[in-house]
Design a protein around this ligand. Structure first.
Ligand SMILES: Cc1cn([C@H]2C[C@H](O)[C@@H](COP(=O)(O)OP(=O)(O)O[C@H]3O[C@@H](C)C(=O)[C@@H](O)[C@H]3O)O2)c(=O)[nH]c1=O
Length: 184
């Protein structure tokens, strides 16, 4: 059994798989292909990724891969907590440039499905956070692109001042939305 919640952005959904609790703890099917197909999600995941972020306030993003290796991502947290963000980059979409932000924690077990055509990023809200996500296309450095996390046009509230963030050098230099080509 899985709970599916729509968000304000078409295609971005929150999935909460059931947890079966007992005296030992709990058990959960964190991904079940047949169950997702039953609810119309036909996704061919081909790679699993995991990242560990030591400091609270680690911000990774905003990232996306362009076609032909655009990726759908199914994101969850196995330790700690994040605010997970998806930004609509589909030029013809009525919600182009809009974003959703969802709290994913090891405790709440929520998963965010970020489809192709969206930029993705997250900030860790506690130290020692591990994020696990499945993707539907292989990593391709040539097609790996970024969008500035602090582009004022996006208006994302990351919940922490920029002086407290830890970013990769690459993530400090991404273009703003207005300077991105029409990728999708
Ligand atoms: C994403 C990725 C990175 N790498 C390598 C490249 C580099 O040497 C090292 C770290 O890469 P990055 O700095 O891009 O890692 P990171 O900043 O964690 O990138 C990730 O951020 C989140 C928000 C996403 O949505 C992911 O798709 C991915 O872009 O890992 C792979 O080998 N395979 C992969 O699939």
């Amino acid at each position: 059994m899985i709970e599916i919640e729509k968000t304000a952005l078409d295609g971005v959904i929150v999935i909460t798989p059931r947890r079966f609790g007992d005296a030992r703890g709990w058990f959960s099917e964190t991904w079940n292909d047949a169950r997702l197909r039953e609810v119309g999600l036909d996704l061919n995941f081909i790679q699993d990724n995991q990242s560990y972020s030591a400091p609270r306030g680690t911000l990774r993003g905003l990232h996306f891969q362009t076609n032909p290796v655009a990726q759908d991502k199914l994101v969850r947290v196995v330790r700690g907590a994040i605010i997970d963000v998806a930004v609509d980059l589909r030029k013809a979409s009525p919600t182009f440039g809009k974003h959703v932000a969802v709290e994913l924690t090891a405790e709440n077990g929520k998963q965010l499905l970020v489809p192709k055509g969206f930029a993705h990023g997250f900030i860790t809200t506690v130290p020692d956070t591990e994020v696990f996500y499945k993707v539907t296309a292989p990593y391709s450095p040539e097609n790996d692109k970024g969008l500035a996390f602090n582009d004022p046009a996006l208006g994302i509230d990351w919940g922490m001042p920029e002086s407290e963030l830890t970013l990769s050098d690459k993530d400090k230099l991404h273009p703003v939305l207005a300077d991105l080509p029409d990728y999708f």
